[in-house]
Design a protein around this ligand. Structure first.
Ligand code: HEM
Length: 172
């Protein structure tokens, strides 16, 4: 149901985004029994990105091919679970008016797409030149960089929830 715009006094400075009646509609729509799917899904790509670096570092240290094989599996699953997490995040972004209207939500989406392309590159590189050959040095360097980017993505996503209250069970 359309809502009336918030009334303002004459000559008062108004933030048009905050004044939009949809501004407070921030509750998650992609949720299972009130639990937001995106918040549950992001744990997997975050953890697997760190696992990829761990496996690469152990391969560098031990030379054991087991860790290179663990690395390609971690890199691949980080990418695939990242895509799943991004799907739920994108649905949330497009379907919830109070999330869609905030530029911070779009900033998070842009950082996340950068992350997904790096996760895909890390996996694709290993698939194309061989999982052992790929690790030293470029696989390891890419895994280290991906840890920084996933930390930035997760930190910024957390700000959306804890600072702006987006995707929580309140608002509508
Ligand atoms: C294009 C892709 C993405 C979009 C549009 C997106 C959007 C969002 C939105 C709208 C929120 C606010 C909470 C909610 O409404 O559920 C959020 C939270 C979050 N996002 Fe994303 N996201 C994307 C991908 C990712 C990826 C790939 C990661 C990490 C691997 C990530 C990590 C997080 C984290 C950690 C939170 C905080 C969750 C919480 O503590 O409850 N996001 N994201």
């Amino acid at each position: 149901m359309p809502r009336e715009p918030i009334e303002t006094k004459k000559d008062e400075l108004v933030d048009p985004i905050r004044a939009n009646p949809d501004f407070e509609l921030t509750a998650s729509r992609m949720a299972i029994v009130g639990h937001p799917i995106h918040a549950m899904a992001v744990a997997f790509p975050v953890a697997l990105t760190f696992c990829t670096f761990g496996a690469d570092a152990l391969y560098w240290w031990s030379g054991d091919g087991f860790w290179a094989r663990a690395g390609i599996w971690a890199a691949g699953t980080a990418f695939l679970f990242g895509l799943l997490a991004a799907l739920s995040g994108t649905m949330e972004l497009l379907m919830v008016p109070g999330i869609r209207i905030r530029s911070a939500a779009w900033t998070h989406a842009i950082i996340a797409v950068l992350l997904l392309s790096l996760l895909g590159a890390n996996w694709g590189f290993r698939m194309s030149i061989g999982f052992e050959t790929a690790v030293l040095p470029y696989g390891l360097l890419l895994s280290a960089f991906n840890m920084i980017v996933v930390a930035a993505t997760g930190w910024h996503g957390g700000k959306l929830v804890f600072d702006y209250g987006l995707g929580a069970a309140k608002g509508n």
